[in-house]
Design a protein around this ligand. Sequence first.
Ligand code: PRT
Ligand code: ZN
Length: 210
Amino acid sequence: MIRLAIQKSGRLSEDSLNLIRECGISFVSSTYKLKTEATNFPLEILFLRDDDIPGYVQDGVADLGIVGQNVLVEAGFPALEVEALGFSKCRLSLAVPRGEEYSSVASLQGKNIATSYPEILGRYLAGEGVQAQLHTISGSVEIAPSIGLADAICDIVSSGSTLLGNGLREVETVFRSEAVLIANQNLGAEKQHLLEKLRFRMQAVRRARR
Ligand code: PRT
Ligand code: ZN
């Protein structure tokens, strides 16, 4: 039996469940249950907060997981990725108030930036030679400039309408992300074999969708 952790409720949940079903795996899921067993594949599914998934897979509490690369890389475990899944595509971007002058990332030198991604942003700014004060907040990052908490923000963007609605302008893409399958790096032979079977089916699903 192999254990797969997916997001309990959020942007990844439905696509994750659909992918598993399209792999021909049947299971019963209810919103109240935190785990379920497949009926026709030796798979147990755990429903967790997405932020907890990389750590659980790293520690072997779960063998596999489905999570956004943004969360995976921020958690510091990029090496766990085994397969890009092609959904939940988004980008981590820097944005400034629309009226604010901005010519390049150097304009952020010495500024206060609010983000939920201090690791990824910190590495990006260091690579650009920019020093800024990062303020880590866990949600509603987009309102930080309008309440005087920050000069700029760095947050996940997909359509861009949240930035627009908060008077912000996207100025740099820091990181591109999509959902990925991750795996513990010390799986035994039997679980490794089940992982390969799953990957094979996931690749077939992606090819069929194109
Ligand atoms: O409760 P839990 O911790 O499990 O979930 P969560 O609230 O942390 O995550 P969730 O469900 O919001 O997102 C899960 C993953 O979906 C993220 O880690 C990304 O990999 C991916 N994803 C794809 C997104 C978006 N698109 C997205 N648009 N995650 C967040 N957003 C948010 C963004 O933070 C911003 O507030 O949507 C807003 C921007 O959207 P647009 O379309 O207005 O640009
Ligand atoms: Zn989360």
